[in-house]
Write a protein that binds this ligand. Structure first.
Ligand SMILES: Cc1cc2nc3c(=O)[nH]c(=O)nc-3n(C[C@H](O)[C@H](O)[C@H](O)COP(=O)(O)OP(=O)(O)OC[C@H]3O[C@@H](n4cnc5c(N)ncnc54)[C@H](O)[C@@H]3O)c2cc1C
Length: 504
C-alpha cells in the first residue's frame, strides 16, 4: 500500500467519523481519493460510539436501523457484500408503545396484525389508518425516494420539487396531518411520535416525516448483531481497506482557506494537514461558527447560526442488570401522562419537567453477546430541552437519572435498583463538550420546513470552495438513513479526482 508521500491520489480530509463521515470516506475512497478521517474522540462512530464497561457493551446512540440498502451500497462500492461482514436481523414487531395507563400498542410490519392492533384501540379509526398508510407511501416516494439524495444547493431543485411537496402538505405538521386520519388519542401519539427519533417536535415538524410509517413497513426495522458498533467497525475496515487513514484524538480547530478555497485543516495543537477537498461531518453549527471562525461568511454567519432552531437534547442512561427482564421487548416506548404539554416543555418553554416519555432499548433480548451470561444490557433515553434551557446538568443529572430509574421500576422493570451492576450517564452537556454540538442538541438543527431541503445548510458549502458537508445538520437531516444519504450526495457534487491530477 503506498504511503502519504508516494500516494499520488488527491487528498480528501473528512472531519468526524459519525455515520455521515464514514459513509463519505468510503464513497470518496471508492472514487479514487486518498482519504484521511480526523476524529476528536478515541474511537469512531460519533453518536454511534460504543461504550464498554464491566463486561457490558452499550451502543451510545442509533439502535433502530432502517433502509439498510443505503448501508449495503457502501460495501457494494468496494466490491463486497455487507452480509459477509455484518449480520442485520429484522426485528418484528418493530416496537412496543406503552401508554401511561399500562396499555401497550405493538407496532409491526405485518399488515394484518397492525390493522388488528388499530382496531383493538379504536375500531372507527381503521379506515383512517388505511388512508394514512397510503398517504405515508405517497410522501415517502417524493420526500425520501426522489429527494433525500438530491443536492439541494441549487434553488432550481427546490422550485422543481415545490409543487409536489406542497401537494403532499409539507407546510402542515406531522401531528396536524396524523389528526386528519385518527381520532383516538393513543393512536394519534403512536402514529405521530416518529419525528422525536430524529430530534423533531411532532407539533412543528414538517408532515414529510409521516413517511416513516411506510419506510419502516417497506424496508423493515433491523438490528445489527454485536450492536450498531459492528456496522461502524465494518465501515472503518472498508476505509482502511481502500488505503484510507483513520486518526483518533485528532480535533480539528480550523478549516484553512486561501483565496476562498479550502486548503486543509489545522488541528488543536497546531499541526496542519493540507487537502484538495475537505468534508465536514462535525456539527454544522460548529463547522461554520468555530471551524471557519477565521473566514468571513455570507450566509451561515454567527448571528444566523445563533438564531437557528436546534433540536432537543437527550439524557441517555446506559445500565446493566445482573438478571434478565424477559418481559421487556427489544424496543419499548414508555410514554408518560402528557404528550403535547411535555413537548411544549421540551421544545418551547425549555424547562425540565417532572414527567417524561422514555425509549428503552434492550438489545440483549436478541443479542446476549452484549452482556455477561444471565445479564441484560439496556439504555434508556429521555428527550430534554437543549442547553438553551440553562439547566445546570452538573447538579440535575443524578436526581434526573434517579427519577428515570423510579419510573422504570414502577412500569416495566420492577426491582431494577436491586440488580443494577453498571451505569453510565450522558447529558446535554456531553453532546456539547464531547461531540461539539451547538446548544448540546442531540440531532443538530430541528427538522422544520424552513430548516429543510434548500433552507438547510447545503452539502456543498455556500461559504468556501472545496468544502462539503455531511451529517445530521445538513440535507436531508438526522438519523442513520439521512446522514448516509447526505454522503451519497457527494458523488454528485464532489469533482472527479482526475480534475486535481490534471491541475497539478
Ligand atoms: C441516543 C441517540 C439514539 C439515536 N437512535 C437512532 C436510531 O435508532 N436510528 C437512527 O437512524 N438514528 C438514531 N439517532 C440519530 C443518529 O444517531 C444520528 O443522526 C447520526 O448518527 C448522526 O451522524 P452524523 O454523521 O451527523 O455524525 P455524528 O454521529 O454527530 O458524529 C460526528 C463526529 O464528528 C466528531 N467531531 C466533531 N467535531 C470535530 C472536530 N472539530 N474535529 C474532529 N472531529 C470532530 C465527533 O466527535 C463525532 O464523532 C440517535 C441519536 C442519538 C443521540
Amino acid at each position: 500500500m503506498p504511503d502519504m508521500f508516494t500516494d499520488a491520489r488527491p487528498h480528501a480530509v473528512v472531519i468526524g467519523s459519525g455515520f455521515g463521515g464514514l459513509a463519505a470516506a468510503v464513497r470518496l475512497g471508492a472514487r479514487g481519493y486518498r482519504v484521511t478521517v480526523l476524529e476528536k474522540l478515541d474511537a469512531p462512530g460519533g453518536r454511534a460510539y460504543v461504550y464498554r464497561q464491566d463486561g457490558f457493551t452499550f451502543d451510545a446512540g442509533p439502535t433502530i436501523i432502517t433502509a439498510p440498502y443505503l448501508l449495503e451500497e457502501l460495501w457494494a462500492l468496494c466490491g463486497e457484500r455487507m452480509a459477509d461482514h455484518v449480520e442485520l436481523r429484522q426485528i418484528d414487531p418493530f416496537y412496543d408503545i406503552r401508554f401511561d395507563d399500562g396499555t401497550v400498542f405493538r407496532a409491526t410490519g405485518d399488515a394484518q396484525a397492525i390493522r388488528a392492533e388499530v382496531e383493538r384501540f379504536e375500531p372507527s379509526d381503521l379506515p383512517g389508518f388505511d388512508r394514512f398508510m397510503r398517504e405515508s407511501e405517497r410522501i415517502y416516494k417524493v420526500a425520501f425516494h426522489d429527494l433525500a439524495d438530491q443536492p439541494f444547493h441549487r434553488i432550481k431543485t427546490l422550485l422543481r420539487s415545490a409543487p409536489d411537496m406542497l401537494r403532499l402538505g409539507g407546510h402542515r405538521t406531522v401531528y396536524a396531518k396524523v389528526s386528519q386520519y385518527f381520532r383516538n388519542e393513543k393512536l394519534l401519539s403512536a402514529f405521530s411520535f416518529h419525528p422525536l427519533l430524529i430530534g423533531g417536535n411532532p407539533f412543528t415538524t414538517t408532515a414529510y416525516y409521516c413517511l416513516v410509517g411506510h419506510l419502516e413497513r417497506l424496508h423493515g426495522v433491523h438490528y445489527a448483531m454485536g450492536g450498531t458498533g459492528a456496522i461502524v467497525a465494518g465501515l472503518v475496515r472498508l476505509i482502511e481497506g481502500q488505503g484510507g487513514t483513520m486518526r483518533y484524538g485528532a480535533e480539528v480547530e480550523q478549516i484553512t482557506v486561501a483565496g476562498g478555497q479550502a486548503t486543509g485543516v489545522r488541528l488543536a495543537g497546531g499541526e496542519r494537514i493540507p487537502a484538495d477537498i475537505v468534508v465536514s461531518n462535525a456539527d454544522v453549527g460548529w463547522t461554520y461558527t468555530k471551524l471557519l471562525s477565521e473566514h468571513k461568511r455570507r450566509r451561515w454567519t454567527d448571528r444566523k447560526m445563533a438564531r437557528a432552531r436546534y433540536s432537543m437534547s437527550l439524557v441517555v442512561w446506559y445500565f446493566g442488570t445482573s438478571r434478565r427482564y424477559e418481559n421487556v421487548y427489544h424496543h419499548t416506548m414508555v410514554l408518560g401522562p402528557r404528550y403535547k404539554g411535555l413537548l411544549q416543555d421540551i421544545f418551547t418553554r425549555k424547562v425540565l419537567s417532572q414527567d417524561f416519555s422514555l425509549y428503552l432499548h434492550r438489545p440483549t433480548a436478541n443479542d446476549p453477546s452484549l452482556a455477561p451470561p444471565g445479564c441484560d444490557a439496556f439504555y434508556v433515553l429521555a428527550p430534554v430541552p437543549n442547553l438553551a434551557s440553562g439547566t445546570d446538568w452538573a447538579k440535575e443529572a443524578e436526581p434526573y437519572r434517579a427519577r428515570i430509574q423510579k419510573r422504570l421500576e414502577e412500569t416495566v422493570m420492577p426491582g431494577l435498583g436491586d440488580c443494577l451492576v453498571t451505569s453510565h450517564l450522558l447529558t446535554p452537556q456531553d453532546f456539547r463538550d464531547r461531540l461539539l454540538s451547538l446548544n448540546g442538541a442531540a440531532f443538530s438543527l430541528e427538522p422544520q420546513l424552513f430548516q429543510s431541503a434548500w433552507f438547510r445548510p447545503h452539502n456543498v458549502s455556500e461559504e468556501v470552495k472545496g468544502l462539503y458537508l455531511v451529517g445530521a445538520g445538513t440535507h436531508p437531516g438526522a438519523g442513520v438513513p439521512g446522514v448516509v444519504s447526505s454522503a451519497r450526495i457527494l458523488d454528485e457534487v464532489v469533482p472527479d479526482p482526475a480534475v486535481f491530477r490534471t491541475a497539478r
